[in-house]
Every structure is written in structure tokens, then in C-alpha cells.
Unconditional design. Structure first.
Length: 144
């Protein structure tokens, strides 16, 4: 992979990071209606149901609900290669309760990592492959 990219690619990544940090109004601007998530879901459901801006916003809301102050940061600067970008991230947030099976007390601070690979098309993000360290998160939440 190469880090060579256009300023538009960097702006798209910056918007992606702001979206995950809670600026949900950006979704309609950066993902098309045929946007698709590819991931293993914690609840065992099919990630193919996450489609378009509305599906992505619902997914992000659900992910952030137990951690209202969840903050994502790039651990390694994004790598751009043609129509793809990849980034290693770290997320930190304060658990507020409500995660099924969690034994952690509200107020517990959690930190976990992951990698996003995204396919760009016509200045938007068309597909998303997510890999996160869910096992580490579940351990911190005492949900195992």
C-alpha cells in the first residue's frame, strides 16, 4: 500500500472519523444508498442489513449507546491505495450501562482497537470491512 492520496481522500477519511465520533449528520454526505458493511456482528446478526446512510447511522448509534463519550482516534495514519483506504484505530469511552450480559459497573473506562478498510467510489465510501478487538472489549465489560 502507499500513503499517496488526494486531498479529497484525506477529507473523506476525516469525515469518516468525525462520523464515528458522533457527527451523524455526515453519513448522508459520505456514503451512498448502496453502502454496505462487512463484519461479524456481536449479536450474531447479518451485517448485510447495514445498508446506506440510515443503516450506518443506526449501527453507529447502537455501537455508541453504552459509551456516550466514545472517542475514535487513528492509531496509524490512514493508508490509501487506489480506491481503498485502511486505518488502524483506538476507541476509548466510559461505559454507561445497558450492554447485554455486562457485569462492569457504569463508569468503567474501556479501550479497544480495530481496523477499517473502506472502498471509495465517486468521492464517497461504498463498502466497509470492519475488524475490531471485540474479545478485549467484552472482557473489559465483564461480559464473558
Amino acid at each position: 500500500m502507499t500513503t499517496a492520496h488526494t486531498p479529497g481522500h484525506q477529507a473523506l477519511f476525516d469525515a469518516w472519523l468525525r462520523l464515528w465520533n458522533g457527527d451523524l449528520s455526515l453519513a448522508a454526505d459520505i456514503v451512498p444508498e448502496d453502502f454496505r458493511l462487512h463484519s461479524h456482528m456481536l449479536d450474531g446478526s447479518d451485517s448485510g442489513s447495514v445498508r446506506g446512510a440510515d443503516g450506518l447511522v443506526a449501527y453507529i448509534r447502537a455501537a455508541r449507546a453504552p459509551f456516550p463519550d466514545l472517542e475514535f482516534a487513528a492509531e496509524v495514519p490512514p493508508l490509501f491505495d487506489g480506491a481503498h483506504l485502511s486505518v488502524r484505530w483506538t476507541a476509548t469511552g466510559t461505559y454507561s450501562g445497558g450492554f447485554p450480559g455486562a457485569g462492569a459497573a457504569p463508569g468503567t473506562v474501556v479501550t479497544f482497537t480495530g481496523s477499517d478498510t473502506l472502498r471509495m467510489r465517486e468521492g464517497r465510501l461504498a463498502e466497509y470491512w470492519l475488524n475490531s478487538d471485540s474479545l478485549h472489549l467484552l472482557r473489559q465489560l465483564k461480559a464473558l
